[in-house]
Design a protein around this ligand. Structure first.
Ligand code: ZN
Length: 441
C-alpha cells in the first residue's frame, strides 16, 4: 500500500494549500470540518458514508446481530447511547455497469471504472433507491441524511489512485446527479437534505468549476470531517486489527486532552471495507462507550452547525448571536473554510457579499454558468457575483480594499435603501454584523 500512503501525503499538502486559498473568500458553501464549541460543552459528530446497506455484517461477533444488515446494526448501537449521526447516503450504483470487479484490499476493490456498494454485483443491497426502509428507519431514529451522489460517480479526474475511473465532465452533470438523490429524499421521505460530501473528496470538475459551485446551486454546505474514524482503510483482512485502528485514535486523543474532540466531525463508513469486512459494527460501540465516559454527546452535523456554525467563532461579546441568527436566515457570512474571522477588517467585497442570501447567490450563479463571459469573470474573482447582483461592476477593482464608513453608508443607501448607524471609520467583521442585522426579514 505504498502508493496509497504516498497519495494520502500528496493529498494532505494539496489540501493545506487549498485551505489557505479558501480562507480568502466568503462563500455560500462552507467546508464543514469542525466547529468552535465552548469548552464547557462536549459535543461531537459522526458521519457514515456509502450506505444505507442491507447486507450482513462480517464477521458476526454478537449473536444478536445474526442476519442483520449493517445499517440496522449501526442504528441499534447509536440508539443505545442516544447518539445521532449524519448518514451520507448514495442513491444506487446499479447503473455503473458495464464494469469489472477490482482487487480485494485495494482502493478499487468494488469496481474498476466505478464504485459498487455494498459490493460488486450486489448493488441493490445499498443506497436510498432500493433500501427505502433503511432510509425511513434512519430518519425516524433522528439521524441526518446527506447527499453522497446518486451514483457515487467522481466529480472529476483523480490520477493518483483512481486513474481508470470514469467521472463527470461538467457541473450540469454533477448537479443533475445530486438533484436526483435530493428529490428522491424530498418526494418519498419528505426530507430536505442540506449538505453533501463528494465521492472520494474529489472537488475539481473538468469544466473549471468545483464541488463548491455545484453545492451552491443545490443550496448545500460541504460536509467534510476533521477526525478519521477509520474502518475504510486498506487492510490485510485482520478484523481485530481493523477494530483497534478505529478505537485507538479516539481513545488516545481523549487521553491526551479530554476536550480535544469537542466540535469535531468523525469520519466513518456504512459499508464493507476493502477486505469486505465491517469493523465499524464492533468499533462503534467501543467508540461511543469511550465518548460517553468522557461526557460527550453525539449529535448530527446539522444540529451541531445550528448551535455553533463556525470553526473559529462563538464569542457572544462579539455579536456571535447575531451571526448565528443571520446564518440561519441564509446570509453569506463565513469563508469557504468555515471560518468567520471576527477581528478581520471588513473589505468592500465582503461588505457586498454579506448582504446577499444563498438564494440570491444561487440564482445569480445559475445565470453565470450559462454565459462564457460571466463565467470567466467569476473564475477571476468570486465576488464578481455580488457586483453583478447589484449592477455595481465599478466596484470590481476595489473588492479587496478595506471598506470605509462612507463606502458602507453609500452602499446601504443606494442599494438597500437603509441608513445604517456606523460609529467608526472602518469596521471589524464582527462590528459589521450590527449594520447587517437591519436586513433581517
Ligand atoms: Zn463514498
Amino acid at each position: 500500500m505504498k502508493l496509497y500512503a504516498l497519495a494520502r501525503k500528496i493529498n494532505k499538502k494539496i489540501k493545506q494549500r487549498r485551505r489557505e486559498n479558501a480562507g480568502r473568500y466568503l462563500s455560500p458553501v462552507r467546508r464543514l470540518e469542525r466547529f468552535s464549541v465552548p469548552a464547557g460543552e462536549k459535543i461531537v459528530s459522526m458521519t457514515f458514508d456509502d450506505g444505507p446497506m442491507n447486507m450482513p455484517i462480517n464477521p458476526v461477533t454478537d449473536s444478536k446481530y445474526q442476519d442483520w444488515g449493517l445499517t440496522r446494526v449501526l442504528i441499534d448501537i447509536m440508539g443505545e447511547y442516544g447518539a445521532h449521526g449524519t448518514f451520507n447516503v448514495i442513491g444506487t450504483t446499479e447503473y455503473n455497469y458495464p464494469d469489472k470487479p477490482g482487487e480485494l484490499h485495494k482502493p478499487t476493490w468494488s469496481g474498476v471504472k466505478h464504485d459498487h456498494y455494498p459490493q460488486y454485483g450486489k448493488d441493490q443491497y445499498a443506497g436510498a433507491k432500493n433500501q427505502g426502509d433503511l432510509v425511513r428507519a434512519l430518519i425516524e431514529n433522528g439521524h441526518e441524511i446527506s447527499n453522497h451522489g446518486y451514483r457515487h460517480v467522481l466529480f472529476g479526474r483523480n490520477n493518483i489512485v483512481y486513474g481508470s475511473r470514469e467521472h463527470f465532465s461538467n457541473i450540469q452533470e454533477v448537479v443533475e446527479d445530486l438533484t436526483k438523490l435530493h428529490n428522491l429524499l424530498k418526494n418519498e421521505f419528505n426530507y430536505e437534505i442540506i449538505m453533501s460530501r463528494p465521492p472520494h473528496y474529489i472537488d475539481k470538475i473538468p469544466d473549471g468549476f468545483t464541488s463548491y459551485e455545484a453545492y451552491a446551486l443545490m443550496g448545500y454546505d460541504y460536509l467534510a470531517a476533521s477526525f478519521d474514524g477509520g474502518g475504510w482503510m486498506p487492510t490485510v483482512g485482520d478484523y481485530k486489527e481493523d477494530v483497534r485502528k478505529m478505537v485507538d485514535p479516539i481513545k488516545n486523543a481523549l487521553k491526551n486532552n479530554p476536550n480535544s474532540l469537542n466540535g469535531q466531525i468523525i469520519f466513518q463508513k456504512d459499508g464493507y471495507n476493502m477486505s469486505l469486512m465491517t469493523p465499524v459494527a464492533t468499533a462503534l460501540k467501543e467508540q461511543l462507550e469511550i465518548l460517553s465516559q468522557h461526557g460527550y454527546k453525539v449529535i448530527s452535523v446539522r444540529e451541531l452547525k445550528k448551535l455553533y456554525p463556525f470553526e473559529d467563532f462563538h464569542d457572544v461579546s462579539k455579536n456571535f448571536e447575531i451571526a448565528r441568527d443571520l446564518d440561519q436566515q441564509g446570509f453569506i457570512l463565513g469563508y469557504k473554510t468555515n471560518e468567520f474571522k471576527p477581528d478581520k477588517e471588513l473589505t468592500i467585497g465582503e461588505m457586498i457579499m454579506m448582504t446577499l442570501t444563498k438564494q440570491d447567490y444561487k440564482e445569480d450563479l445559475a445565470k453565470i454558468c450559462n454565459s462564457k463571459k460571466d463565467k470567466s469573470m467569476y473564475l477571476k474573482h468570486p465576488y464578481y457575483i455580488g457586483c453583478k447582483h447589484y449592477n455595481r461592476l465599478d466596484l470590481m477593482d476595489r473588492l479587496d480594499t478595506v471598506a470605509t464608513k462612507e463606502d458602507i453608508r453609500r452602499f446601504f443607501n443606494e442599494q438597500l435603501g437603509i441608513d445604517p448607524v456606523i460609529s467608526k471609520n472602518t469596521l471589524k467583521r464582527f462590528e459589521y454584523l450590527e449594520a447587517l442585522s437591519q436586513l433581517k426579514k
